[in-house]
Design a protein around this ligand. Sequence first.
Ligand code: MF3
Ligand code: CO
Ligand code: CO
Length: 293
Amino acid sequence: MKNKAVKIGLNSPCPCGSGKKYKYCCRNKKMEISLKEEYKKRYGIYLKEPYQVEGIRKSGALLISILDRVEQMIKPGLATEEINTFVHKETLKAGAISAPLHYRGFPKSVCVSVNEVICHGIPGDRVLKDGDIVNVDITPILDGYYADASKTFFVGTPTKKGQKIVSVAAQALKRGIETIAPGATLGDIGYAIQSYAEGCGCSVVREFVGHGVGIEFHEQPQVLHFGTRGKGLTLVPGMVFTIEPMVNLGKKELYVLEDRWTAVTNDGSLSAQFEQTLLVTETGWESLTPYEL
Ligand code: MF3
Ligand code: CO
Ligand code: CO
């Protein structure tokens, strides 16, 4: 049989019956679906549908409301365990669960990383003291959707070194975020972070990276906090991933404690981190865990 399919004109009414021109309707949907398929097949990346983005945004709003209240609690004398108890309870109260709890054997509901601890600090007996810096990294699962973000806070009166490393880490994240747009690459993000942090005389941790997030805790792609402009994967609308640079006041090397989680700077220098969950939009980016940097 001969194929009698008629080619649809770009300006003719869309066959789906929407009343819009074909070129503004199903022609694009078909392209979006093939892009989605391509990113899944080639890179294992799940581009998110608007309803999924809304789910992650709600999870992110809960996260930020808990993080804001944690900020109010931070003071000398507070045990890191008390932060865990608060995050755990408030997450459950909101109808969500804490992703870290029992994730690959992690024993608590939140990561709390003090001073020389780079990330994955386990809450416990350590008591915050005046001049410390403390990162609190929260990941709720609300209606099945993950949002992941963290901030580093001052305890009492900040030290000069504390002020410097917290500022550099925050501004490094800000610069990374501001490079996000369709057509930009993962290398652009890494370059923006690394060049800023190293330009300030600090170093960027290599062993831990940002990641796709939303439907699972850690999805593809890996988002390196160092790199070369123009290299790496091209960003497209619907990508959701974290950027979470860990910046050290001294050298970048680290080791992991006997507990197999706590990562600390090799030279004992201060380390700070900020993390947000970002969506690539048609025109740029949106933070799904928004706070000022
Ligand atoms: N929240 C961390 C991240 O940003 C992951 C923590 S894994 C845990 O990716 F098991 F320690 F919770
Ligand atoms: Co993360
Ligand atoms: Co996190």
